[in-house]
Design a binder for this molecule. Structure first.
Ligand code: NDP
Ligand code: 8X3
Length: 252
């Protein structure tokens, strides 16, 4: 069996691009997300172009028991996970804190922080047993800066930034690398989800400049994952050329 990469949130955007990229890089894949039909489609596309073996894990990362059951029940050979890409995540809403929708807050906190923790708690002991592995967390510019209406989403990504640093210390004695990639604006389903299906509002986010594409982040993830054993890239902050900070963006 080849090296195995486990990618959360592989049904769309950055996770899907990472799956395609890591298949090309020679990994077998565990692809996961809630939308089974998207995983089936992705599997078809990948196996048409490579001899990658694929294991599909339909799971909602917020469901603690299901996460642990499904990972524990993976066939033994699929438990040899070399690379975990903690990518599943979302922003919901852009309200000021005083107008915040509690359910939106719960969804972001449960997915971006608790979901990432459940997955990591289930996978990291498998890496520790084999004394090797690499965890790459997808954080965000929102994990380093805040912007109007970003409040809770930014807080979740700041939490992932802190968790990345903490995990790196905890994994140090076990020869497990921990890295993060923090993108600026990437055109994916992200804004459609944030604006609760309002495609025209989502499109406006990327109007008048060239955003990053999911493949740009996949390139970066592959670069981080392919460094020699003695090198760990701790963190990469990557932005569109038209963006200088969470709030500075030049549109045509
Ligand atoms: P997409 O909306 O295109 O993809 C999000 C992915 O997360 C989907 O595969 C979705 O799968 C998965 N996901 C969401 N909720 C859950 C859940 N409860 N359980 C399992 N999977 C879930 O957005 P992106 O690709 O842009 O986002 C990927 C990551 O990148 C996120 O963590 C996001 O915060 C981060 N990011 C995005 C940026 C951007 O501008 N796009 C910039 C910086 C960071 P499904 O719905 O099938 O469950
Ligand atoms: C997503 C990028 O700028 O909307 O993490 O926070 S941003």
């Amino acid at each position: 069996m080849k090296k195995i990469a486990f990618i959360t949130g592989a049904t769309a955007g950055i996770g899907e691009a990472c799956a395609k990229r890591m298949a090309k890089a020679g990994y077998d894949l565990i692809i996961s997300g809630r939308r089974e039909e998207n995983l089936n489609q992705l599997e078809k596309e990948i196996i048409k172009e490579s001899n990658c073996k694929i294991c599909k894990l339909v799971v909602d990362v917020r469901k603690q028991e299901d996460v642990f059951d499904k990972i524990t029940q993976l066939p033994k050979e699929w438990q040899n996970i070399d690379l975990l890409i903690n990518n599943a995540g979302l922003a919901v809403g852009i309200s000021a804190i005083q107008d915040g929708v509690i359910d939106d807050w719960e969804r972001m906190i449960d997915t971006n922080i608790k979901g990432l923790l459940y997955i990591t708690r289930a996978v990291s002991p498998l890496m520790i047993e084999r004394k090797k592995g690499h965890i790459i967390n997808v954080t965000s510019i929102a994990g380093k800066e805040v912007y109007p209406g970003g409040n809770v989403y930014c807080a979740t990504k700041h939490a992932v930034d802190a968790l990345t640093k903490g995990m790196r210390i905890d994994m140090l004695p076990h020869n497990i690398k921990v890295s993060s990639v923090a993108p600026g604006m990437v055109e994916t389903e992200f804004s459609v989800v944030r604006f609760k299906g309002d495609k025209s509002k989502a499109d406006q986010v990327y109007n008048g400049f060239t955003p990053l594409y999911a493949e740009d982040i996949a390139d970066t993830v592959e670069f981080i994952a392919s460094r020699p054993a003695h090198v760990n890239i701790n963190d990469v902050l990557i932005m569109p050329t038209a963006q200088a900070s969470a709030r500075d963006l030049v549109r045509n």
